[in-house]
Design a protein around this ligand. Structure first.
Ligand SMILES: [Zn+2]
Length: 124
């Protein structure tokens, strides 16, 4: 995959917020920091954290992680609806999933189930 690195954290955050607007998600707080075992996490309070390593990987893979997390604000699982939304926004997202698997990240986010998330948006 071709590398396409963001110049800095600010540019990456702007990109995330652009996706949030597109997906109709209200992000209360957005953090980019080093994380050891996962690419991203989201909390019930609307806090999103992304691994700063995402700035160094392919944009398509980073987009996968971003959209994956943002969709959990309205879809708290990886079911049929989540999959069809992933497909609608990212196309062939399985390629990014494969890349992440090959690079040691089995999960996009924390092992704790995102089902505790309170949906901020119901129109989808
Ligand atoms: Zn997930």
């Amino acid at each position: 995959m071709k590398r396409n690195v963001w110049p800095d954290k600010g540019a990456f955050k702007n990109h995330v917020l652009g996706w949030a607007i597109r997906l109709g998600v209200r992000v209360r707080s957005l953090t980019v920091r080093p994380m050891t075992r996962k690419w991203a996490s989201c909390s019930t309070s609307g806090t999103l954290s992304f691994n700063s390593e995402l700035l160094e990987i392919d944009r398509k893979v980073a987009d996968y992680v971003i959209v994956h997390e943002l969709l959990h604000f309205s879809v708290p699982n990886h079911g049929k609806l989540w999959k069809s939304l992933m497909r609608a926004y990212l196309g062939n997202y399985e390629k990014a999933e494969e890349w992440l698997r090959d690079h040691g990240a089995r999960q996009a986010h924390a092992a704790s189930p995102p089902s505790a998330l309170s949906p901020r948006k119901t129109s989808r």
